[in-house]
Design a protein around this ligand. Structure first.
Ligand code: HEC
Ligand code: HEC
Length: 197
């Protein structure tokens, strides 16, 4: 036997239906593009990369990720292994991907710390004022990436690119920040930043 609808529910029925619809719409909008699985295959589980030459994306500022994804899609930042991966993705898809990775927790790296290199890198980063943009704990903000806990070999490679051959989409302030540094300075900075506590 059908039970009578309680009066309070009947009164709110319409509003509940509208709410359900809104939730459904929000859910559909936040749907991950199917490319996410591809991203994770290279950038690691939840964006914590297991490959020293592929950057972790977990916990990167959302705006940094959005900017880089647009630059990569438009070919202004040239990443040969990512060729074609972002083809056909709309701005809204890139925003959803950026939100996903920004919301993941970065897992600290394991690996031996060389105390002397760590200290040299720390002193250099302080004297070069890297923390004025990247923040004193190097966690990044807005369009500026997190450096803390990033893979050492990736940091080393990307700093050399900024110094020696920044592509058209690269930030000129960042290239200026590394101008004139020697290779061994980049080694120490990368070692310090990837292990920074
Ligand atoms: C075949 C491997 C591969 C796939 C698949 C891939 N990436 Fe990448 N990605 C890379 C490599 C390698 C780099 C770093 C290149 C460099 O600057 O040296 C990179 C760099 C990036 C960067 C810049 C990060 C930084 O710290 O500078 C972002 C953002 C990014 N990828 C997002 C994505 C997303 C989102 C997807 C999925 C849609 C994806 N990638 C798929 C290999 C891959
Ligand atoms: C004026 C602000 C500013 C200063 C100072 C600065 N950076 Fe940056 N840095 C940026 C911005 C913005 C980006 C993102 C660049 C882009 O879009 O090309 C960046 C990117 C980077 C990256 C690439 C990370 C990644 O995941 O792709 C590294 C590594 C880096 N900075 C290291 C340093 C170091 C080391 C110093 C000090 C010697 C420094 N930065 C000083 C603004 C700055």
């Amino acid at each position: 036997m059908p039970r009578p609808t309680p009066p309070s529910l009947a009164r709110h029925g319409k509003r509940l239906a509208v709410l359900a619809l809104l939730c459904f719409a929000a859910g559909a909008q936040a749907q991950q593009p199917q490319q996410l699985q591809l991203c994770l295959a290279c950038h690691g589980p939840q964006g914590n990369s297991q490959n020293p030459l592929i950057p972790s994306l977990a916990g990167q500022p959302r705006i940094f990720l959005e900017n880089q994804l647009v630059l990569i899609r438009e070919g202004l930042r040239d990443i040969p292994p990512m060729k074609g991966v972002l083809d056909g993705l709309k701005d809204a898809d890139l925003i959803v991907l950026a939100q996903y990775f920004a919301a993941q927790t970065p897992v600290p790296l394991v690996g031996a710390v060389d105390a002397a290199r760590y200290e040299r890198g720390k002193t250099l980063a302080r004297s070069m004022l890297c923390g004025t943009c990247h923040l004193p704990a190097y966690q990044g903000r807005e369009q500026i990436p997190r450096l803390a806990g990033q893979h050492e070999r990736f940091l080393r490679l990307v700093m050399q690119e900024y110094r020696d051959q920044p592509g058209p989409g690269r930030d000129t302030a960042m290239s200026a920040a590394l101008y004139g540094l020697k290779d061994e300075h980049l080694d120490d900075l990368a070692h310090f930043l990837s292990h920074v506590k």
